[in-house]
Design a protein around this ligand. Structure first.
Ligand code: HEC
Ligand code: HEC
Length: 224
């Protein structure tokens, strides 16, 4: 039964994603449920202070997360270098991104459809589940590039993302993140175009060359 429900949701989400992709406004139908005035962050705090509720939402979250596996990998370790890991992501940051996709403040046709098909407790349980998963590390391919990236990171990134890049409630975990995704995220901030803009990130990437970005990506991805 539960498997059926999850599968059904997955289909609904895919349909939503495809409709958005083709420019149709399927959004209105599903958004009422996802954004019906529930303060997700307040709900997360409430759940974290209630061990029983926390356990049951965590279990539900782990189940719901299986619909994300096809892209973000089992336990949030993506197999695709262009799709970000969700493992060990800060739950407060993660929920905020889900809110942004649902509200159209951050765009990705598949993500928007997925998120609109979920209710608030499923989202809360899911971010708790992903936060508990460890990032799998890949071997370093080009040590010289990593060393060059470290110098750049220490001078331009560390002041906000700190030495470890583990993130916090406002900042994504970037340590061990997927390289093509990191590259695209940095270039998007540098270009200052599209929906995901951030003045601080734009300022910090403005003077970076593509080669600098390659080095930063190699270093960030190597962080444990
Ligand atoms: C069809 C593929 C696909 C599926 C399924 C999918 N995602 Fe994504 N997801 C993406 C892509 C592609 C991106 C990168 C989009 C971007 O650059 O903004 C992304 C980005 C994200 C981000 C932003 C990560 C960050 O570091 O800021 C979060 C959070 C996320 N997805 C959560 C989920 C959750 C939770 C599910 C399951 C309910 C899910 N995704 C299912 C493709 C998918
Ligand atoms: C002044 C503070 C600050 C500095 C310095 C900074 N960042 Fe950021 N970074 C942020 C903030 C804030 C965000 C989140 C913005 C958002 O949500 O779109 C962010 C987001 C990111 C992301 C997106 C993560 C994701 O999962 O989508 C990457 C990658 C990143 N930073 C890498 C870097 C690198 C590499 C540098 C050094 C060149 C750097 N940052 C310097 C504040 C900073």
């Amino acid at each position: 039964m539960e498997v059926f429900v999850v599968y059904h949701r997955f289909l609904a989400a895919l349909v939503a994603g495809l409709c958005l992709y083709s420019g149709a406004t399927f959004a209105a139908t599903l958004s009422a449920r996802a954004t019906a005035g529930v303060d997700l962050q307040a709900r997360l705090k409430e759940v974290e202070h209630d061990p029983k509720l926390s356990e049951s939402l965590f279990k539900m979250g782990a189940k719901v997360a299986t619909v994300c596996d096809s892209c973000h990998g089992q336990g949030g370790n993506s197999h695709r270098t262009d799709i970000p890991n969700l493992a060990s992501q800060n739950p407060v940051y993660h929920l905020e991104q889900l809110r942004q996709y649902a509200m159209g403040q951050r765009h990705d046709p598949f993500m928007e459809g997925m998120i609109k098909a979920m209710n608030s407790d499923e989202k809360v349980g899911m971010v708790m589940f992903y936060a508990s998963q460890k990032v799998t590390h890949k071997p370093i391919q080009n040590p010289a590039l990593v060393t060059r990236g470290k110098v750049l990171y220490e001078s331009a990134c560390q002041q906000c993302h700190d030495e470890e890049g583990h993130g916090d409630e406002k900042l994504a975990r970037i340590a061990g993140q997927q390289p093509v995704y990191l590259n695209a995220a940095l270039k998007r901030y540098r270009a200052g175009a599209g929906t995901r803009l951030d003045a601080r990130m734009a300022a910090n990437t403005k003077k970076m060359t593509d080669a600098d970005i390659d080095a930063l990506v190699a270093y960030t991805m190597s962080l444990q």
